[in-house]
Write a protein that binds this ligand. Structure first.
Ligand code: NG6
Ligand code: CA
Length: 497
């Protein structure tokens, strides 16, 4: 009996394994600051995203998928390490000269896939720090992605709005003239040229909050930078540059199983899309950046199709945190919003512990294993991508590795209607989901899509029943004291460092 049971268990386990011969390529398109309502497959009609919608039409659309945090660095840290970011100090939004926050040599999503024979690459936004001492941008910058499992890396080192405004390929600044070395400073001013604060009237896109230091390409940034004139990026060309590198990676590795983490700049600030997209959405630069992002998705799909790889590729599109309108530049995001609901009528957005902070678009396509036009309401956390994708390719996760990550393959294949038993959302304080219940602890959190609208929740915090009230308006804590207590106990247990 015992033996039959273990054979049964083994069979069950193996059902989710794919044989080595048919292991899919994995392309994870990780967008920046894209809200639940920013993609038209989630119901809005104000901004059309046909390429993202195509993934949903030919695959799975998730209605309750979450990034791990309401800002970039902790979300990415959690996704790549399979460990909630709050367990490690210093995992908040990283400066542009921060050191690497993922320990070199640790087990990560890319290193696990690499251990199973995948060629791994990251193209685009990094924002997880680089180096282990003061960074010399004129030398080989490491440790970096190469030390945590990526064979190939072409990076926007931090964000589009932070210096240094240069690309880094395999640890080297692209197009750097050694006679014009780069220096970067956060704090002490090292740039003698007029700053964004001083030359406000000359700026191509004006800052509204912060972002008033070194000017690059007519736009002022966070941080000071000198040198590297020939290496500085042109924001309008950024999507073209990274799409080119992403599709080149696919070309170069078409004959082997590969994992591509394509991490777009869009639709983070500064939103300065190419002239092909500027003015086209009617929603201002934020909407135009969304059109540009959708085009990027289409380009990746077209490449996979051209190489006849599109059916044996697991293609995932998702986002690193919820939406924000004015995130530090005057780019008409509020003024031209019209009826567009970037957060899909959830409460809050980027920086928020409410659902809008972390419930993001997530669509997946893998025709050989995911039925077309499937919708899943299962609770999913990107924290599970590491263990799930490791499982999918047959990689062994060492016992202490990826401690918060669990195999959710049935969820990602649309075969599990329930999903995670619980999930933490990091946003200063950490909210907790258990099924339909949502607990937001006492304290301040962001409420709206503007940067300054916060709300202070009083002790013991708020409890929402999302099945009745997805918008988290009606606090039912007083009506459900036992459920509140269960949530508080679990919250205390799970959010330990
Ligand atoms: C904030 C920036 C914001 C954005 C964010 C990081 C200001 C006033 N705001 O501090 O513009 O850069 O950090 O965004 O400087 S994230 O998506 O990378 O987390
Ligand atoms: Ca982000």
């Amino acid at each position: 009996m015992k033996k039959t049971f273990s054979i049964f268990c083994l069979l069950l386990l193996n059902l989710t394994w794919v044989s080595a011969a048919e292991r899919p390529n994995i392309v994870l398109i990780y967008s920046d600051d894209v809200g639940y309502g920013d993609v038209s497959c989630n119901g809005q009609t104000t901004l059309l995203t046909p390429h993202i919608d195509r993934i949903a039409a030919e695959g799975l659309r998730m209605t309750d998928a979450h990034c791990s945090a309401a800002t970039c660095t902790p979300s990415r840290f959690a996704m790549l390490t399979g460990q909630y970011a709050f367990r490690q100090k210093g995992t908040g939004i990283a400066r542009g000269n921060a050191n690497m926050i993922i320990e070199a040599g640790s087990n990560t999503l890319p290193s696990l896939l690499k251990s199973a024979g995948y060629t791994t690459g990251v193209v685009g936004k990094w924002h997880l720090g680089l180096g282990d001492q003061e960074i010399d941008w004129n030398q080989d910058v490491r440790p970096g992605p190469g030390e945590i499992g990526f064979d190939y890396h072409f990076l926007i080192p931090a964000t589009g709005d932070r210096v240094p405004c240069v690309y880094l390929e395999q640890g080297h600044v692209v197009d750097l003239d050694p006679a014009d070395p780069i220096a970067v400073s956060y704090g002490k001013r090292i740039d003698p040229n007029p700053s964004g604060a001083e030359a406000f009237e000359t700026l191509k896109q004006k800052w509204s909050h912060g972002h008033n230091q070194t000017i690059v390409n007519g736009i002022s940034r966070i941080g000071w930078m000198t040198g590297g004139e020939t290496a500085r990026w042109v924001d309008e060309d950024m999507a073209d540059v990274i799409v080119h590198k992403a599709t080149e990676f696919i070309d170069d590795h078409q004959a082997e199983p590969f994992f591509l983490y394509f991490s777009t700049h869009d639709i983070h600030v500064p939103r300065v899309p190419h002239s092909r997209f500027a003015g086209k959405s009617g929603l201002g630069p934020r909407g135009d950046a969304m059109l540009q992002l959708d085009w990027c998705v289409g380009q990746v799909m077209a490449k996979l199709e051209a190489l006849d790889l599109v059916d044996n590729t697991l293609l995932i599109f998702t986002s690193d945190n919820g939406p924000v309108l004015d995130d530090g530049y005057h780019d008409d995001a509020n003024e031209k919003l019209g009826d567009h609901q970037a957060n899909g009528a959830l409460r809050g957005g980027k920086y928020s512990a409410f659902e809008g902070g972390t419930r993001i678009p997530m669509v997946l396509r893998w025709p050989e294993h995911i039925a077309p036009n499937t919708t899943s309401d299962a609770l999913f956390g990107q924290i599970d991508l590491a263990a799930t994708l490791a499982k999918l390719v047959g990689a062994q996760v060492p016992p202490q590795a990826c401690q918060d990550s669990r195999n959710a393959l049935p969820t990602l294949l649309g075969k599990d209607p329930v999903g995670r038993p619980h999930l933490i959302h990091e946003a200063g304080n950490h909210a907790l989901r258990v099924g339909k219940w949502k607990y937001v602890p006492a304290g301040k959190t962001r409420e709206h899509l503007g940067p300054w609208a916060t709300v202070e929740l009083e002790a013991p915090g708020a409890l929402f029943d999302l099945s009745k009230n997805t918008a988290e308006i009606e606090d039912v804590a007083a009506d459900h004291p036992e459920q509140l207590q269960r949530m508080r106990d679990l919250h205390a247990k799970l959010s330990q460092h």
